[in-house]
Design a protein around this ligand. Structure first.
Ligand code: PGA
Length: 257
């Protein structure tokens, strides 16, 4: 696991965008795993800028999103379909047929989830998976106690996640309590994972995920067992890491070639 500590949110977004750009230029038909939430917005803005100003093309890219609230239609302003259109898809050129976001209205959820897994497989697997981390340590909506080998399925959100995500909803709206989410095992199959986190609020859970035991109670901790994960965080989110000096030392002396 590589840990990259940057000064602030913008720098984190730029370094994450560098990794996405590097892959897209090297492998134009790559498969991206995409995340929602507040954290990746800066990354998406940077990708949009590079698309518009620097001719970064996504015309052959395929994407799979991590999760979607169960019960929200794609045109619901708080759905992750809507979020992805607003924050990324409407501004870059990933072909519509290549974009995949879990169906929050799926009737036969089990069957739908299996077909999502199959689609990922048929696409050749995910080359680069973007991840945030929840206040309770979740990756995607894999809440504490999720099996570390789980696949795409329905999950019940924790009170903490519902509270955290309330900020995106209007006062009179209720946050859905279920979601369809890629499993921890689905994420672990990605060839490269990048986890981004910023702000002091994330410092404790980032330390637990990176330096604590691997446990289903903090599903992000399983990334310690992933063969290629890059964690990109700002100074504030790195505050509680015991080995932060060593991570900086490594980054400054990164071998080339
Ligand atoms: P956030 O969410 O980016 O809005 O903090 C992260 C997550 O829940 O994965």
């Amino acid at each position: 696991m590589e840990v990259i500590i940057q000064a602030d949110y913008d720098a984190v977004s730029r370094v994450a965008a560098d990794l996405v750009e590097e892959l897209v230029r090297k492998k134009p038909d790559c498969v991206l795993g995409l995340a929602t939430g507040g954290t990746p917005v800066g990354l998406y803005q940077e990708l949009i800028r590079r698309h518009q100003e620097e001719k970064l093309s996504f015309s052959k890219v395929t994407s799979f999103n991590l999760d979607e609230y169960y019960g929200l239609t794609p045109d619901h302003p708080q759905s992750y379909h809507y979020f992805m259109n607003e924050e990324l898809f409407d501004h870059i050129n990933i072909p519509k047929k290549n974009r995949h976001v879990p169906d929050g209205m799926a009737k036969n959820v089990e069957k739908w989830c299996k077909s999502y897994e199959n689609k990922i497989k048929r696409a050749g697997g995910i080359d680069l998976q973007v991840l945030g981390i929840g206040g309770d340590g979740h990756i995607a909506f894999n809440e504490p106690g999720s099996s570390l080998v789980s696949r795409t399925r329905m999950k019940t959100l924790t009170e903490e996640t519902i509270r955290d995500n309330k900020r995106f909803f209007n006062k009179n709206e209720t946050v859905p309590i279920h979601a369809i989410t890629m499993g921890v095992g689905t994420i672990m199959d990605a060839k490269h994972c990048i986890m981004i986190a910023t702000g002091e609020k994330k410092a404790k859970i980032v330390a637990a995920a990176l330096e604590g035991p691997v446990t289903s109670q903090v599903t992000a901790s399983v990334l310690q067992m992933h063969p290629k994960t890059t964690v990109i965080i700002d100074e504030a989110a790195a505050k509680k890491l015991k080995n932060h000096k060593y991570y900086r030392w490594c980054y400054d002396r990164k071998p080339t070639g």
